[in-house]
Design a protein around this ligand. Structure first.
Ligand code: NAD
Length: 298
């Protein structure tokens, strides 16, 4: 049995920690949001009031936080992980962050005597609930191997991508493809509808045809077709629009650095910008379907 320290119990961290508890492990969790903490407590996580209490006696410490700035604060703050954890603990960041933040975590962890891996995830809230997430791990071979064992109760597949920050690089590229595919599913769903196709029938055709994608399968932005889609629940977020914008922007920034042209990603970013400008940053990213719909509604 392992003792996990876990910081960030939101849409993803909540169900991920529930799977650790279900597998018989002890999880001590911390979140600034009282609602998120209460939900995790109901699923068996021991809620504590500080990072220091979270990491005390932990074999492994996970962070599942929104953005790079949150990860830097939780690691580097005066009472943060580096200041309060024992170097015996393996440090794992599963947040989707920029490569510079991840490299900073690797470098500072090493300088302070910690083992650190970047281990972002794919599979959404549904994958977190069903313990079928794909984890992509970057770090030293020894630390990565150690992390794989701790990840197992939450994962469908765990792939070691390579050295430091390769997990996060894979995640940035993957999510750029996801959000471009989401645009395709949004526009395809609306055009099929206006061409008089039964939405369910068209979804079944796309599912066995070349329009198939994870976004089309899991987030199809029309109500009543796919159970896991936010379209069934008034677009309450499983993946917030502002986090989707963050991920596409991470890819665009990497494109500038590497000279790779990312026209489709630029279009996706523009759609998330529109949602944010309309005050819909905390709604689900699949609400971009409204921009394809002739009546602007979904
Ligand atoms: P979320 O906003 O639902 O959860 C993040 C949690 O972190 C919140 O509960 C927030 O209160 C907490 N938090 C923020 N700062 C904190 C601090 N200083 N100390 C303690 N808690 C703090 O976000 P999420 O959807 O769970 O996503 C988390 C990460 O996983 C993001 O980087 C996201 O891009 C990535 N991700 C999300 C999904 C998805 O489908 N939602 C899928 C894969 C990866």
């Amino acid at each position: 049995m392992t003792t996990y320290g876990w910081i960030g119990l939101g849409n993803m961290g909540g169900p991920m920690t529930a799977n650790l508890v279900a597998a018989g492990h002890t999880v001590r969790g911390f979140d600034l949001d009282a609602g998120a903490a209460a939900e995790a407590a109901a699923r068996g996580v021991d809620i504590v009031g500080s990072i220091a209490e979270t990491v005390a006696g932990a074999d492994v410490v996970f962070t599942m936080l929104p953005k790079g700035e949150h990860v830097r604060a939780v690691y580097g703050g005066e009472d943060g992980i580096w200041a309060t954890a024992d170097t015996r603990a393996l440090l794992v960041d599963s947040s989707t962050v920029d490569i510079e933040t991840s490299q900073h975590c690797h470098d500072t962890s090493a300088a302070r005597g910690f083992r650190f891996v970047d281990a972002p995830v794919s599979g959404g809230v549904s994958g977190a609930e069903t313990a079928t997430l794909a984890f992509m791990v970057g770090g030293s071979p020894e630390a990565s191997e150690e992390a794989v064992g701790h990840i197992e109760p939450m994962a469908g597949r765990t792939i070691v991508a390579g050295g430091e920050t390769t997990g996060i690089a894979a995640k940035i590229c993957n999510n750029m493809m996801l959000f471009i595919n989401l645009m395709a599913a949004s526009e395809g769903s609306q055009l099929a509808d206006r061409l008089g196709l039964d939405p369910q029938v068209f979804w079944e055709i796309a599912s066995v045809s070349s329009g198939h994608s994870w976004a089309q399968q899991t987030w199809y932005p029309m109500p009543g077709i796919v159970d896991s889609a936010a379209s069934n629940r008034n677009y309450d977020a499983t993946f917030r629009a502002d986090l989707a914008r963050k991920d596409v922007t991470l890819a665009l920034d990497a494109g500038v650095l590497t000279g790779v042209s990312l026209e489709a990603a630029r279009l996706a970013q523009r759609q998330f910008d529109r949602l944010i400008d309309e005050g819909l940053a905390d709604k689900d990213c699949s609400l971009i379907v409204k921009y394809a719909s002739p009546d602007g509604g979904a």
